[in-house]
Design a protein around this ligand. Structure first.
Ligand code: NDP
Length: 452
C-alpha cells in the first residue's frame, strides 16, 4: 500500500518538530506536520522561552539595589510592561519563524490547522482534507488544568500571563509546582504584591525536602506571602478586583488570580479512543520505551505521554523516535537522571535522588552546606545558597545533587554530566576547586552532615 506520507506529525512543539526534522531532513522520509496554533508549541510560545525572558525582566530591581551597594548611583527605575510585552511578542514571532524555516529547510510539509486521527493510517484536517500515513506521531503536548469551583472562570493560567493588558498590583498564585513558584517570583520581582496558596505542607513536592524549605524561606524573605495547607473555596468579582475566599475562612481582594495547578495531556477529541487506545487517568497516551502506542503505526512523544514534562525530554524522545523508525537504529531515550531547574529566584537545580527517596533505597551520606555568597554578602543581602550531595555508602556514587543559587540551572547541567557518568564522592573531592565561585563548594564538602 502506498501512503501520502511516510510520517504525519500532529503537533508543532519541541517533540514533534524534532521528530519531523530528523525523519525528513536526515532520513529522507516524506513528512507532513499539522499545528492548530503557533509553531513552536508550549516551550516557545507560552512556556520556557517567554517565562525565562520574564524571569530576566523581573530580576532587575534586585540588581539595581545591589548596584547601589557596589557604589553605583542608580536613579529610581520604572518598569514599562507594555514596552516589554511588545518586545517579547516580537521575539516569539522571530522564534516561530525560525521553527518554520527549519521545517521548510528539512522538506517537511506544514499544515496550519488541527488534525485528528481517523484510523491507524489516516488523519483528517479541520478543513476536511484527509491524508494517509505509514506512521503517525502524536506530539500534541499539554494544556493548563484548572479545577472546578465557584468563580473558576475568573482565574487565568500561565497561557495568559504573557499577554496581560497591565500588571496587577496584587496577585494570588495557586499551586506549589514549577509554574506557581516561577510566576510567584516573577510577579514579586516586578513589584506585584504576591500571595501564594498551596494545598500541601510544602511547595515543590517531589524535590528534596531541605531544598524545598530553603526555596520557600527565600521566597518568603523576598516578600512572597506563602500560605501552606490552603486552597481556594471561591472567587467573586468585586468593584475593586477579585475576592478570594480560602479554605481557612480567610478573605482577600486581589487583581489577578493565577492557577498553576498542573497541566493535562492534549488528547481530547483526537480520535485515539476510537482506535481502541486506553488513555491514562489524566488523558495521557501510554507508550513503550520506543514511544510506540498499542496501535503499532501510532507513536507519541512529549507531554502528551505524561512521562517527564520537560522540553529537552520531548526533543530527545522525538529524535529517538525518528532514529528508531526511519534511521534503522532502535533508540530508547533513558529517562533516568534527567536534570531540571525551577526558575524561582534564586533558582533550584536538581538531578538524581532526593535525600528522602535515596534513604528508602540504601544507606547514604548527606553532604550539605548553606552560605551567603560573596556577591550578596558584600551587598548586605540575606540570600543564602544551598548545595547538597546525596552519596551511596556502598558504591560511593553521587546519587543526587541539589543546588539553590543564582544560575543553579547552569551549574546543575554540568554536575549532571559527572553524575550520569557515575562519579563518586571521591571524584568530586579529587576535582580542584574553581575559586572564587559558588560552585566550588560542590568539591569542598569534606564531612557528611549526617548519614541515613
Ligand atoms: P506541577 O505538577 O509542577 O504542579 C502542580 C501544582 O498544582 C502542585 O503543587 C499540585 O499540588 C497543585 N495542584 C494540582 N491540582 C490541584 C488542585 N485541584 N487544587 C489545588 N492545587 C492543585 O505543574 P505545573 O503546572 O507547575 O507545571 C507543569 C509541568 O510543566 C511541570 O511538572 C514541569 O514538568 C513542567 N514545567 C517545567 C518548568 C521548568 O523546567 N523550569 C517550568 C514550568 C513547567 P500537589 O503537589 O499537592 O499535587
Amino acid at each position: 500500500m502506498t501512503f501520502d506520507y511516510d510520517l504525519f506529525v500532529i503537533g508543532g512543539g519541541s517533540g514533534g518538530v524534532r521528530a519531523a526534522r530528523i525523519a525528513s531532513g536526515e532520513y529522507g522520509a516524506k513528512v507532513g506536520l499539522a499545528e492548530e496554533s503557533r509553531m513552536g508549541g508550549t516551550c516557545v510560545i507560552r512556556g520556557c522561552v517567554p517565562k525565562k525572558l520574564m524571569v530576566f525582566a523581573s530580576g532587575f530591581p534586585a540588581l539595581f539595589e545591589e548596584a547601589r551597594a557596589y557604589g553605583w548611583q542608580v536613579e529610581p527605575a520604572r518598569f514599562d510592561w507594555p514596552a516589554f510585552r511588545t518586545r517579547l511578542e516580537a521575539e516569539l514571532d522571530r522564534l516561530e519563524g525560525a521553527y518554520r524555516s527549519t521545517l521548510n529547510a528539512a522538506g517537511v510539509v506544514v499544515h496550519d490547522e488541527r488534525a485528528v486521527i481517523v484510523d491507524a493510517h489516516r488523519v483528517r484536517l479541520a478543513s476536511g482534507q484527509e491524508f494517509t500515513a505509514k506512521h503517525i506521531l502524536v506530539a500534541t503536548g499539554g494544556w493548563p488544568y484548572v479545577p472546578e469551583f465557584p468563580g473558576a472562570e475568573l482565574a487565568v493560567t500561565s497561557n495568559e500571563m504573557f499577554h496581560l493588558d497591565e500588571l496587577p498590583k496584587r496577585a494570588l498564585v495557586v499551586g506549589g509546582g514549577f509554574i506557581a513558584g516561577e510566576f510567584a517570583c516573577i510577579l514579586n520581582g516586578l513589584g506585584v504584591k504576591v500571595t501564594q496558596y498551596y494545598r500541601g505542607a510544602q511547595i515543590l513536592r517531589g524535590f528534596d525536602d531541605e531544598v524545598r524549605g530553603h526555596v520557600a524561606n527565600t521566597m518568603r524573605e523576598a516578600g512572597i506571602d506563602i500560605h501552606l495547607g490552603t486552597a481556594v473555596t471561591s472567587l467573586e468579582r468585586t468593584a475593586g478586583g477579585i475576592r478570594v475566599t480560602g479554605t481557612d475562612g480567610s478573605e482577600r481582594e486581589v487583581d489577578l488570580v493565577l492557577y498553576a495547578t498542573g497541566r493535562r495531556p492534549n488528547t481530547a477529541g483526537l480520535g485515539l479512543e476510537a482506535l481502541g487506545l486506553q488513555l491514562g487517568r489524566t488523558g495521557e497516551i501510554p507508550v513503550d520505551r520506543f514511544s510506540q502506542t498499542a496501535v503499532p503505526s501510532i507513536y507519541a512523544v512529549g507531554d502528551v505521554t505524561g512521562r517527564i514534562n520537560l522540553t529537552p525530554v520531548a526533543i530527545r524522545e522525538g529524535h529517538a523516535f525518528a532514529d528508531t523508525v526511519f534511521g534503522g537504529k532502535p533508540t530508547a531515550f533513558d529517562h533516568e537522571l534527567v536534570a531540571s531547574a525551577v526558575f524561582t529566584q534564586p533558582e533550584l537545580g536538581s538531578v538524581g535522588l532526593s535525600e528522602e527517596a535515596a534513604r528508602d533505597l540504601e544507606p547514604i551520606e548527606i553532604y550539605a552546606t548553606a552560605f551567603r555568597p560573596m556577591r550578596s554578602a558584600f551587598a548586605g543581602k540575606p540570600d543564602r545558597v544551598m548545595m547538597k550531595l546525596i552519596v551511596s555508602k556502598a558504591t560511593r556514587k553521587v546519587l543526587g545533587c541539589h543546588i539553590v543559587a543564582p544560575e543553579a540551572g547552569e551549574m546543575i547541567q554540568l554536575a549532571a554530566i559527572a553524575i550520569r557518568m557515575g562519579a563518586t564522592k571521591e571524584d568530586f573531592d579529587a576535582t580542584c576547586a574553581v575559586h572564587p565561585t559558588m560552585a566550588e563548594e560542590l568539591v569542598t564538602m569534606r564531612k557528611p552532615v549526617r548519614t541515613a
